[in-house]
Write a protein that binds this ligand. Structure first.
Ligand code: SAM
Ligand code: SF4
Length: 347
């Protein structure tokens, strides 16, 4: 039954209604992707600094019941390294706003999905995005610093078998690293019946090695795929970050609307979608961020732990959303990298 508490929209100064909350549930990870983390030397949060399941649920409930947030995505770090994850999923899956249950999803590197997919699905997780940047075992080991390609490929199959639909695959494309595999990844998506999503490399790597030349932009990705598998752009879907394209031949599974019949591109750098952004984030230590690239955070966990009421925490959320900027400045000279990197923020 949907919550009978009418919600109030959470609206930023540019009229965007906040509907999507990304929650990082850990800063730790079993991979060390070069575009995200250094090989060694990450400073991990102390366990006591990380939100407990009860604290995550408490804060998430405010977003869902008070502000009608529709989607919650669990991320990290690697969310599956968090012990007893199905317990958290079960708590969050019960949250409902005035329109009914939320859309609960997770982004994962997929390495342990063979072991955990069934339990997460049973607990109420609805969708998963799995990261896969290359189909070459050696390159995979170089990019993630872990020799785990087979486990990830099997994790993708396990996720499909567990009933997650659609399974989407995220590939960060870095020039000179895996841009030669764009078509191969598209072919994999068609064959495996998963929606491939190509992500432009963003300046959020902990090593700070990002330079603009390494970004392979949307136009280039589209050209490469279109030359082999003709595609056409699909109608925009509100605040979704990905521009979507469908294969003119409908893909290989006889269902042009199925996951293997389309691709998505997340053009954060070359074609920012900030104007439609309905997203906010909570880091694993309970700081609230109104943009991936925000340089200011608002301590909601600290407020909760200091005994503030839900009304007081809600006032902090509203004050924070009032500072959401029109868009990031990646392409401007005055762009300042956030102090935290992707795994610390929660991608
Ligand atoms: N560990 C999970 C995973 O890898 O899917 C979830 C967290 S990860 C930080 C979330 C997403 O951010 C992944 O799809 C990852 O590829 C992407 N990502 C990490 N660093 C990035 C960067 N510098 N630019 C673009 N995407 C990045
Ligand atoms: Fe871990 Fe995901 Fe970052 Fe890779 S991208 S190091 S899997 S958090």
């Amino acid at each position: 039954m949907a919550s009978n508490v009418e919600h109030q929209d959470l609206i930023d100064p540019f009229g965007r209604v906040i509907e999507d909350l990304r929650i990082s549930i850990t800063d730790r990870c079993n991979f060390r992707c070069t575009y995200c983390m250094p090989e060694e030397g990450m400073k991990w949060l102390d366990r006591s600094q990380v939100m407990s399941f009860e604290e995550i649920e408490h804060l998430a409930r405010i977003f869902v019941e008070r502000y009608g947030v529709r989607g919650i995505r669990l991320t990290g770090g690697e969310p599956t390294v968090r012990a007893h994850l199905p317990v958290l999923v079960e708590k969050l899956a019960k949250l409902e706003n005035a329109n009914g249950p939320i859309d609960l999803s997770m982004t994962t590197n997929g390495a342990t999905m063979r072991l955990v997919a069934g339990g997460l699905r049973e607990a109420g997780l609805k969708r998963v995005n799995i990261s896969l940047d290359t189909l070459d075992r050696e390159k995979f080991a170089r990019m993630t610093r872990r020799d785990q390609l087979d486990n990830v490929l099997d994790g993708i199959v396990a996720s499909q078998e567990a009933g997650f639909a659609p399974v989407k695959i995220n590939a960060v494309i870095e020039r000179g690293v895996n841009d030669d595999e764009i078509v191969a990844l598209a072919t994999y998506g068609r064959e495996q019946n998963v929606e491939m999503r190509f992500i432009e490399f963003m300046p959020l790597d902990a090593g700070g090695h990002w330079v603009n030349d390494q970004v392979v932009g949307q136009e280039e990705i589209v050209e490469m795929i279109n030359a082999v598998y003709p595609i056409e752009v699909m109608p925009a879907r509100g605040a979704a970050p990905a521009d979507r394209f469908r294969y003119l031949d409908g893909g290989l599974h006889g269902d042009a609307t199925g996951p293997g019949g389309k691709i998505g591109i997340i053009p954060t750098v070359t074609k920012p979608f900030c104007g439609d952004c309905d997203r906010v984030r909570l880091t694993s230590d309970g700081d609230f961020r109104t943009c991936l690239f925000a340089t200011k955070e608002f301590g909601l966990l600290a407020a909760l732990r200091s005994g503030e009421t839900d009304d007081e925490i809600a006032a902090r959320i509203e004050a924070a959303v009032a500072t959401k900027w029109a868009g990031h400045q990646i392409n401007q000279v005055n762009f300042t990298r956030p102090a935290k990197s992707m795994s610390q923020i929660g991608g």
